[in-house]
Write a protein that binds this ligand. Structure first.
Ligand SMILES: Cc1cc2nc3c(=O)[nH]c(=O)nc-3n(C[C@H](O)[C@H](O)[C@H](O)COP(=O)(O)O)c2cc1C
Length: 275
């Protein structure tokens, strides 16, 4: 079978998931690649996407060892017939735990046919120069591996005549999936603390980019210093996209937790691929 066109459906607040799948798509060498960015809430709330026959790359970052909870309802609106899928999760060098199996199971429920899956590593959303976690990843090595993964999927397709010939893949993970304990704790802490990035008004140039890139529309576009703490998912899209570094997380509890996280993420992990 030839792969003529690919649709890449992805959630990527700080852009690393997008980079990985662009490189997988490059390795696949299809004639047409459509990027379907579902990071912004309004894009996830449009009419449901319908897939029929094209190869889809479905990709999300790992949040708390799982598929980000904001993305799950959107994934369950995808309407699918006879469509092979490449499942991709991207994580910040801690662990991906049950994110890949969760993405796999959702895709099968929607009617996709999983043909390959991969867990890739990228700079952690909470990494910064003084607190690096998988800093500057994906690096040259990661990019080469993502492209080679794409080539291998292409080769796999060459060995089959029809979608019925695709052998089932198996991906690691637990059933039931792990409880996202840190997420549950953050939700509780929010009764007393805001736990959201703050705006340095001296640095802010009022470009409103932070409000535009926020995946949950938690930032008030009329006054970007106002962040709805119940909507903010602490994805750091606003922090990492701010051109003047005006958005910063100053909460001491948060920063102490990330320092601990950094220590737990020092050993370099490598991408894992399932074909
Ligand atoms: C709320 C949140 C939870 C995260 N949980 C994990 C995790 O469980 N394991 C891990 O290794 N990285 C975790 N990360 C890091 C992201 O998975 C990683 O930085 C990813 O590359 C972000 O993708 P993006 O650049 O497409 O937004 C988390 C990041 C955020 C914002």
């Amino acid at each position: 079978m030839d792969i003529k066109s690919i649709s890449c459906v992805y959630f990527s607040p700080t852009g690393t998931t997008k980079t990985i799948i662009e490189n997988i798509a490059q390795g696949l060498q299809a004639e047409r690649v459509e990027m379907m960015d579902c990071t912004i809430r309004s894009l996830r709330e449009k009419d449901s996407l319908v897939f029929n026959n094209d190869l889809v790359i479905l990709a999300t970052p790992v949040y708390y060892g799982r598929v980000p909870e904001e993305v799950v309802p959107f994934l369950k609106t995808l309407r699918v017939q006879n469509t092979p899928v490449v499942l991709t999760v991207v994580y910040g060098n801690r662990e991906y735990e049950d994110a890949l199996i969760e993405l796999h199971d959702i895709s099968v429920e929607q009617g996709f046919i999983p043909v390959a899956a991969g867990a890739f590593i990228a700079e952690h959303s909470y990494s910064n120069p003084s607190r690096p976690i998988a800093h500057a990843r994906p690096d040259v090595d990661d990019i080469e591996k993502a492209q080679a993964f794409g080539s291998k999927i292409r080769e796999k397709f060459k060995t089959i005549d029809s979608l019925e010939d695709i052998e089932k893949i198996s991906v690691p993970g637990n059933i039931p999936y792990i409880e996202p304990e840190n997420l549950n704790m953050i939700k509780q802490v929010r009764n007393t603390l805001s736990f959201t990035p703050e705006t340095d008004k001296d640095k802010c140039i009022q470009c409103n980019l932070c409000a535009e890139v926020c995946p949950t529309q938690a930032i008030n576009p009329e006054d970007i210093s106002q962040i709805n703490k119940w909507q903010c998912i602490i994805c750091f899209a606003c922090v990492k996209n701010c051109p003047t570094e005006a958005k910063q997380m100053n909460d001491p509890h948060f920063n102490a937790a990330i320092e601990q996280l950094q220590k737990a993420c020092l050993e370099r992990k490598e991408p894992e691929m399932y074909l």
